[in-house]
Design a protein around this ligand. Structure first.
Ligand code: ADP
Ligand code: MG
Length: 223
C-alpha cells in the first residue's frame, strides 16, 4: 500500500513535485501496469516501491510494516529479497556469463543452493545461451536474462521499469507474456508508456499524470 506519498526533488532552479499525495493499494498477485507520459512520475513511484529512494512524506506499507520506518538493515533485506527489479537497459554485468549473472542475487543473499537457476533458465527459455557472454546475446535475450535474475530470489514482487523500451515487437510480446505468466503467483508491476500493451496484458492499469492518479481500471479482479 502507499499512503499519501509525496516526493519533491529540489534542483538549483526549481522544486519538482514528482509524486503528489498518491494513495494506492496493490493486490498480492497479478499484472499491474503503471502508464503515463515521460515525466509523469512513473520511475519515482517505482523507486519508492522498491525502497531504493525515500519519499518526502507519506508511507509505503508492506504487509503490516511501514517501509521507511524500518532500520537500514531491514530495508536492505526488503530490497534484496522481497523485490526483484527489471530495467529498460537490463543492468547485466558484462564481464561474467549469463549463468553467473543469474546467480549473483543468490550469492548476495548467501544462498548456496543454486538448483533454482536451471529452473528459471528453462522458464525464460534461454538454455541455449546459458554460458554465453552477455555481450554476445541479443537484446531480447538480455531482457530474459534480467527476468531470470529477478526471478531467482523467488521474491513476492517484481518491479519492471519500461522493460520493453528497447525491444522490437516480437521480443516485446515474449517479455510481456513471460511477465504475465510469472504474475500468476506474485505481484508484477510494470511501468510503460505503451498503452496498447498495458491494455492487452494488464489485469489492472493505473494511469498517472503529474504525480497523481488519473485513472485506475481493473480488467480482472485480483486478490
Ligand atoms: P517518468 O518515469 O514518468 O518519466 P520520473 O519519475 O522519472 O518520470 O520523473 C518525474 C518528475 O520528476 C520529472 O519532472 C523529472 O524531471 C523529475 N525528476 C526525476 N528524478 C529527478 C531528480 N533526481 N532530480 C530532479 N528532478 C527529478
Ligand atoms: Mg521513467
Amino acid at each position: 500500500k502507499i499512503n499519501n506519498l509525496t516526493k519533491l526533488y529540489k534542483t538549483e532552479y526549481e522544486l519538482v513535485k514528482a509524486l503528489n499525495d498518491m494513495t494506492l493499494e496493490f493486490p498480492q498477485k497479478g499484472l499491474v501496469f503503471i502508464v503515463g507520459v515521460s515525466g509523469s512520475g512513473k520511475s519515482t513511484l517505482m523507486n519508492m516501491l522498491s525502497g531504493v529512494d525515500t519519499p518526502t512524506s507519506g508511507e509505503v506499507i508492506v504487509g503490516e510494516k511501514s517501509l521507511f520506518s524500518e532500520n537500514k538493515k531491514q530495508l536492505f533485506g526488503y530490497r534484496n529479497s522481497y523485490v526483484g527489479l527489471i530495467f529498460q537497459d537490463y543492468n547485466l554485468i558484462e564481464d561474467i556469463n549469463v549463468y553467473d549473472n543469474i546467480k549473483l542475487p543468490l550469492e548476495f543473499l548467501g544462498i548456496n543452493d543454486f538448483s533454482i537457476i536451471d529452473e528459471v533458465i528453462k522458464k525464460v527459455d534461454i538454455e541455449d545461451i546459458k554460458y554465453s557472454k552477455v555481450t554476445e546475446i541479443s537484446s531480447g535475450q538480455m531482457q530474459r536474462v534480467a527476468i531470470a535474475r529477478a526471478l531467482v530470489k523467488d521474491s513476492a514482487m517484481i518491479l519492471a521499469d519500461e522493460p520493453t523500451g528497447n525491444l522490437d515487437s516480437k521480443n516485446t510480446s515474449i517479455v510481456m507474456n513471460l511477465l504475465k505468466e510469472i504474475s500468476q503467483d506474485r505481484l508484477v508491476i510494470v511501468i510503460t508508456h505503451d498503452d496498447d500493451a498495458a491494455h492487452e496484458y494488464g489485469d489492472r492499469i493505473i494511469a498517472i499524470e503529474d504525480g497523481t492518479i488519473l485513472d485506475d481500471t481493473t480488467k480482472n479482479e485480483l486478490i
